[in-house]
Ligand binder design. Structure first.
Ligand code: HEC
Length: 339
């Protein structure tokens, strides 16, 4: 079992334990209702059950007269894995999101790096209304390192999008940009002078290809889109482009996390999750080539919690080469001709 899943179960236990748990069941269900609930639980525990049946089972759990029992919260959380069809995962998030208990917010976030982008987006939407978001803001990430990645992301989302200015401000305070690791600081020192050097965009395109940037970014006619579109970057100053090139993990976008999947045959695939549907997950490797893995074929998976963009790609460039690269990135969209 994943270490993160064990952490999560402990978290879940503490999240739903306690004498004021809203999930406690107090009055007995009618015989018919309890039979339906038992059927729904059995369906959800059976990974062979059909997608529609499993979605219906999730909805049936939510239809009980007494809210969700602890075991149901756990069962719903168990559906939030890559091995489960997307529709079932989303149904589980939808139902959990209907529980107003703030501790459910942490349950939704607890396996963050083990979820895919579509589930992330659904959880993100939940966070914005879950009142109050303070539970996301007040968790001590030093005491809860397993939640650090999710919380950093969630706080950024709250800071950007929460309707209440006071909550946005609180999130902002927690979001001091972390200091770059020493190796990255050394590179920033080495290349800072490239900002003021006159570069050549045509030569820069060559650097863009040779340093493998074009595997993941497309500018003009050069490269392919795996990572973000550099032409649409809000701040395209040389200073910012240099910083982003050397320190890709500074502000991590959850869309670009790197994942590794192990198939039932023992093959390992590593890359960025570019698509997922009910039956498959698609990863783009560092060359940008897509690899599709069937959900039922996934034996294990994890995320490094880092951006797929490798640090240190530019380490062997000379200062003039970096100046050329920056010139190309600034002007790249306009110079469409190939040399
Ligand atoms: C393996 C794929 C990959 C390669 C190779 C790669 N990048 Fe990236 N790049 C990414 C991803 C993914 C991100 C988004 C990082 C994030 O926010 O988590 C990114 C982000 C960036 C950004 C910031 C964009 C933004 O929207 O904030 C810049 C600038 C950038 N890369 C430049 C480069 C340059 C220059 C090179 C070559 C030296 C390069 N990248 C090589 C995948 C790659």
């Amino acid at each position: 079992m994943h270490q993160v899943q064990i952490c999560c179960m402990l978290l879940l236990a503490s999240a739903i334990a306690g004498d004021h748990g809203s999930a406690e069941r107090s009055s007995p269900e009618s015989a018919a209702a309890s039979q339906e609930m038992a059927g729904a639980r059995a369906t959800l525990s059976n990974s062979q059950a059909g997608i529609r049946e499993r979605v219906a089972a999730v909805e049936a759990l939510g239809g009980g007269p007494n809210g969700l029992a602890d075991e149901d919260v756990r069962l719903l959380h168990d559906q939030m894995t890559f091995q489960t069809p997307l529709a079932v995962q989303l149904a589980a998030v939808n139902l959990l999101d209907r529980i107003p208990d703030p501790r459910i917010t942490l349950v939704l976030l607890s396996d963050w790096t083990l979820l895919g982008p579509k589930v992330h987006r659904r959880v993100a939407a939940a966070l914005l209304w879950r009142a109050p978001c303070e539970d996301v803001l007040h968790v001590d990430t030093v005491a809860r390192p397993e939640l650090a990645a999710a919380l950093a992301w969630a706080r950024r989302d709250v800071q950007m999008r929460h309707p209440a200015p006071e909550i946005r401000r609180q999130a902002e305070k927690l979001l001091r940009t972390p200091e770059a690791p020493p190796a990255v600081r050394d590179m920033l020192d080495k290349f800072r002078a490239a900002i003021t050097l006159q570069g050549d965009a045509t030569r820069g395109r060559q650097v863009f290809v040779e340093a493998t940037c074009a595997n993941c970014h497309k500018l003009g006619e050069t490269g392919r889109h795996v990572g973000p579109d550099l032409a649409r970057l809000a701040d395209r100053s040389r200073r910012n482009l240099l910083q982003e090139t050397l320190d890709p993990n500074r502000i991590l976008d959850h869309q670009y996390l790197e994942y590794s999947f192990v198939s039932a045959q023992g093959h390992v695939l590593t890359g960025m999750l570019v698509d997922e549907d009910d039956h498959t997950v698609t990863l783009a490797d560092t060359k940008g080539d897509p690899h599709v893995i069937a959900r039922h074929d996934i034996d294990d998976w994890q995320s490094s919690g880092h951006s797929q963009m490798p640090e240190g790609l530019a380490i062997n460039l000379t200062l003039p080469q970096m100046a050329d690269l920056l010139a190309f990135m600034v002007e790249g969209t306009d110079s469409q001709t190939t040399p």
